[in-house]
Design a binder for this molecule. Structure first.
Ligand code: AMP
Length: 491
């Protein structure tokens, strides 16, 4: 039996009296509490008819109950489909239509699918439906069975659902726990959202698999994190967490010598931030590289040298190559596309066999779309993205999705969306537009996109131009725009 929850459950049983979740309000969920709650939620899911393989789409604020809902879905063999809480109802329609869930859990019920509610306080009809107590049998699953679908933004504007199996989750959880030397007395600071691979799998699994506590914060708040770091030994975050903490004049409030490791990923960490962090805290941030489709690919070493602007070495068991367009490895030091193959690599895109075939080669290598260089000793550095993905505050924005909506505006003739350096978000979304008449104002764009697009995807600045730079093939040269407006947020 290879249901990943079997392994987690065994760890929970071994640490039944230990703390699992320490909440900001002082509340504590022990591992025995989590086990009991998962059983009760699991019985609600079964009651709702969730059978192995059925999707459960969840768009709720982070809470202990939300984490238990994820575990309960694994337990009954369902396929967990978390969605960013920032998605608007127009976006949600697409995900629900595509995933065809047996059950939707959100802040509000939907009319087109069986729904239960769960709010930020962990209350709602899902909770009301729970029996007082429940025993639950864990559903049998093989390691190839689906455990989750994580939607990534599609380059064409259509999101792709990356299908992850129980085997993917288990192998990566073990790989990370070993690579980062998880210890029985570790306490993880968890301020990441749990609708994304970073917070849901990468961070939580290390703690859960080892039965160790997490300080579980609903969102990142610099003052709160500073106050909590005293009781933690590991922090995982996106670069924005690190820049925001450094922006606090009082940081660090106290010595951080007790911290074992600060881990960073989801977007590039600049050398500047790496060095300032070291100067202020004495710690060299451990940067790693992952994605929804593969969980974690590479990591800087825990014991060896952590080099800024590199993402370290492939996890044991993962094969990695930097290749040309035909998948042939390029010489060490030369730029190529990063491709990976191994036990944590997803099995394909949900109901998109063509996309899957485009991105997973016949020899099993997944073409990540990231550009990098591989040193002789196997150390990887990411130099850019083949796709024009913008990463803002750790979240991905695919320009195409924004451009299509901008182009629909009567005030806009055409548009190009780019990401340029932003001290707080890493990159800020910028709309470069050719106006149809008078200059387009940011307020016009805000008004047009408010109900269409999550806030983080909406442009933070608009630039009006006479025409967009294009190459001879007619493609907009976004690299030129990025260079031209590189200082937009730093002036
Ligand atoms: P997501 O699927 O949201 O996790 O986004 C994955 C993408 O984030 C990758 O394909 C990379 O482009 C980017 N990414 C993740 N970690 C790093 C990192 N350490 N440095 C640079 N880019 C990263």
């Amino acid at each position: 039996m290879s249901n990943f929850y079997v392994e987690l459950q065994a760890a929970f049983a071994d640490h039944a009296d230990g703390d699992c979740l320490r909440l900001a309000d002082g509340g504590v969920w022990r591992y025995s509490d989590v086990t009991a709650y998962v059983a009760r939620l699991g019985s609600v899911l079964r009651e709702q008819g969730v059978e192995p393989g059925d999707r459960v789409v969840v768009q709720v604020e982070k809470s202990a109950e939300n984490l238990c809902l994820y575990l309960a879905t694994l337990c009954v063999g369902g396929v967990y489909v978390p969605l960013n809480t920032a998605y608007t109802s127009a976006e949600l329609d697409y995900f629900v239509g595509d995933a065809e869930p047996r059950l939707f859990v959100g802040a509000q019920p939907r009319s087109d699918v069986a729904s239960l509610t769960l709010d930020a306080a962990g209350q709602g009809s899902l909770i009301d439906a729970m029996p007082g107590q429940a025993e639950i049998e864990i559903a049998e699953r093989t390691s190839d069975d689906l455990a989750a679908i994580l939607y990534t933004s599609g380059t064409t504007g259509r999101s792709k659902g990356a299908m992850l199996t129980h085997g993917n989750l288990a192998s990566n959880a073990h790989g990370l726990s070993n690579a980062w030397g998880w210890q029985s007395d570790d306490v993880l600071l968890h301020a990441l959202p749990i609708f994304h691979v970073h917070g849901l799998f990468i961070s939580s699994h290390c703690a859960l698999l080892n039965g160790t506590p997490m300080v579980f914060l609903p969102k990142f708040n610099a003052a709160e994190v500073m106050a909590m770091l005293g009781q933690c030994t590991v922090m995982m975050g996106v670069p924005t967490f690190y820049t925001r903490l450094l922006a606090e004049p009082a940081f660090p409030a106290a010595s951080l010598d007790h911290i074992r490791v600060f881990i960073c990923g989801s977007a590039p960490l600049t050398e500047q931030v790496f060095e300032e962090w070291q100067a202020r805290t004495g710690h060299r941030i451990l940067e790693r590289y992952g994605m929804s489709e593969t969980i974690i690919n590479t990591t800087n070493p825990l014991d060896g040298e952590r080099i800024p602007a590199t993402v370290g070495y492939a996890l044991p068991g993962l094969e990695l190559r930097v290749a040309d367009d035909n998948g042939v490895p390029v010489p060490a030091g030369e730029v190529g596309t990063i491709e990976v193959r191994g036990p944590s690599v997803f099995s394909g895109y949900w109901r998109m066999p063509d996309k899957t075939a485009e991105e997973i080669r016949e020899d099993g290598y997944f073409i990540t779309g990231d550009l990098g260089t591989l040193a002789e000793d196997g150390r990887l550095a990411i130099v850019g993205r083949a796709k024009d993905l913008v990463i803002t505050g750790g979240y991905n924005v695919y320009p195409k999705e924004v451009e299509r909506l901008l182009d629909d505006m009567p005030e806009v003739q055409e548009s190009a969306v780019i990401g340029v350096p932003h001290a707080d978000f890493g990159e800020g979304v910028v709309a470069v537009v050719v106006p149809a008449g008078k200059a387009v104002a940011l307020t016009d764009i805000d008004a047009a996109l408010a109900d269409q697009l999550a806030r983080f995807k909406q442009p933070k600045q608009v630039i009006n131009v006479d025409s967009l730079p294009r190459n001879t093939m007619g493609k907009v040269q976004k690299n030129l725009l990025r260079e031209q407006y590189a200082d937009l947020f730093s002036d």
